[in-house]
Design a protein around this ligand. Sequence first.
Ligand code: HEM
Ligand code: HEM
Length: 229
Amino acid sequence: MRAWDLPTRVFHWTLVTLMAATWVTFYYAEFLQDPTLKWHRWTGYALLVLVTWRLIWGFAGSSTARFSAFVRGPAAAIGYGADLARRRSRHFLGHNPLGAWMVLALLGLVAFQGVIGLFTVEHNDLTAGPLYKLVSEDTQKLLTRWHRLAFDWVILPAIALHVVANTLYALIKKDPLITAMVTGRKPRHDYEDQREAVIVVRPILRGLACLLVAAAIVFGTIAVMGGKL
Ligand code: HEM
Ligand code: HEM
């Protein structure tokens, strides 16, 4: 049965691709003959647009993509975690109450990393984020440090946890979450949250309209703050 709309799935795999590209374009900048990190900065902007898109889609998207459908309080998440530990099987069509917190954390971390990137300065003075002049030199250094440390020590471990959890769901719980993020469909079941996803009318057109709004928000904000891309 239908679980995820096409825009949400395209969003997820584009997010994965762009995160990898952002990492590669920094670490292989020399090989790419890109001393000013042009590629890294542009994949970073693309990630900021993508995360902004997901925030809009959380209100304008199909039923399982909406924040109102999956964001629940800590009690629900703890309760679900306890049931999971007791091997009491519970099934959700959208994100489960614990997974929902992971989703919010991942979105928040990518947004944090991207925003901080706008103020980051490069160690050899060849490049910087477009808004670095808005903050003092000390703050630039601090944010650059965070831009490095957050990625290695928070984002990478969070992604590893996310991938391991989803793989274990598939292998142990026989819950094909990864396949569902590809095909958009889940096996027939009595799901706790929704019977079947209600897909919005003309999802692709709607998704593209939201993408335009997201790009306008990101690039508009940078321009208003006096940043040059
Ligand atoms: C850069 C790495 C990754 C990031 C930042 C990331 C982030 C996210 C986010 C934000 C969501 C929520 C989707 C939404 O509601 O729009 C999600 C869901 C999901 N991701 Fe990833 N992801 C990454 C890599 C992966 C990989 C490699 C896999 C597969 C092995 C994967 C499998 C899934 C699955 C199955 C879901 C749906 C979980 C559920 O049913 O509740 N992700 N991911
Ligand atoms: C979510 C998006 C982003 C991710 C995942 C990301 C990731 C990274 C990583 C892993 C590094 C290497 C840090 C190190 O180990 O030295 C880096 C450096 C850098 N990033 Fe980003 N970045 C993102 C967005 C941005 C944006 C939007 C900009 C600016 C427009 C930017 C500008 C820079 C600069 C200038 C450096 C070099 C810092 C240095 O040389 O120490 N980043 N980024």
